[in-house]
Design a protein around this ligand. Structure first.
Ligand code: AHR
Length: 308
């Protein structure tokens, strides 16, 4: 996939043909998602594609309706960023019967591989592992157990399932670190804020670390902690996933400790993959983006060139 992404030469793959793409987007739940939508729309223009774009407010029902509309309109390719992993077989069989290839973008589904072509996105499992490895390195269990509150994304979504799994994998090798509370914040600022507020209102505060499956929920959590006189980034170490500009600002302000990167800039590799696929080239099954881990030590420098 590394080589595949390196060869992003638009001229050599644009044969001038206007391709119609139906894109079913999850919604507008986070800054990451907004940046992802911008990337896709800009790349569609750049790669001379006709883009029919639908944003589904985190509703699978709306996504299925959009896919059916795309089939009716006889688009050349359908791209889906699925809100959850389960429940796609029927509609994807309809796309297959109509001879319309389906590409998965950002998130994946449970359906058999014969219903989709290629997947472009991040290694969510590794993101979870990276978050826990950073914590193990930077928060040492000096006295007893290190207590972790986990803010999960939305139930049944690939990044939720895999960021959890990867994190727990490393956690289980280090029994001094323990999850004391976990709940879904649906990848939104309000969701993260609400989970932490509820925890504060029903417990004596005893948390050392917050692990958040995305930046927006971490920023909501920071707001809730501050409203209760707690000091995020100091009394409580906070690690989140995405590494958006807002996360870098929070690291510069000393309120967020670490951001594991997940790139939303999927537009150009996606459009390249679509052109290659239509040209009959053999596609990798998975095209995985390259990502890093950032903390307060490099936030000032990196924010200057951050695109999202
Ligand atoms: O699927 C990617 C995740 O979805 C991002 O981490 C999160 O911010 C978004 O809502």
């Amino acid at each position: 996939a590394g080589e595949y992404l390196a060869a992003l030469d638009r001229e050599s793959i644009d044969d001038g043909r206007r391709i119609t793409v139906g894109y079913s987007q999850v919604g507008q739940e986070s800054q990451w998602r907004l940046a992802n939508t911008r990337s896709i729309q800009e790349a569609a223009r750049e790669f001379n594609m006709e883009l029919l774009f639908d944003s589904a407010d985190q509703s699978q029902k709306k996504q299925i309706e959009a896919i059916r509309r795309f089939i009716k309109e006889k688009v050349d390719v359908i791209v889906v960023s699925p809100v959850v992993e389960a429940g796609w077989d029927e509609v994807l069989k309809e796309a297959k019967e109509a001879n319309i290839p389906v590409v998965m973008s950002d998130r994946r589904i449970e359906a058999g591989d014969d219903l989709t072509t290629t997947y472009i996105g991040a290694d969510f499992l590794e993101e979870g592992r990276r978050a826990m490895r950073w914590l193990r390195e930077h928060v040492k269990p000096e006295q007893g157990v290190v207590r972790i509150l986990e803010l999960q994304g939305s139930e049944g979504a690939t990044p939720t399932e895999e960021r959890k799994k990867g994190f727990y994998e490393i956690l289980e090798e280090n029994p001094q670190y323990q999850i004391v509370y976990t709940d879904y914040g649906d990848f939104t600022y309000e969701g993260g804020k609400q989970v932490v507020e509820e925890y504060i209102n029903s417990h004596t505060w005893d948390v050392d670390i917050i692990y958040s499956h995305n930046d927006d929920m971490a920023l909501g959590a920071i707001k809730a902690l501050e409203a209760h006189g707690l000091k995020p980034g100091k009394d409580i170490t906070i690690v989140s996933v995405d590494a958006t500009k807002e996360a870098f600002q929070a690291m510069i302000d000393g309120k967020l400790n670490c951001a594991v990167e997940c790139s939303p800039l999927l537009g150009p590799p996606l459009m390249k993959a679509i052109r290659d696929m239509i040209a009959g080239k053999e596609m990798p099954l998975r095209i995985i983006t390259e990502e890093k881990v950032y903390d307060q030590s490099d936030a000032e420098t990196v924010i200057k060139t951050r695109e999202y």
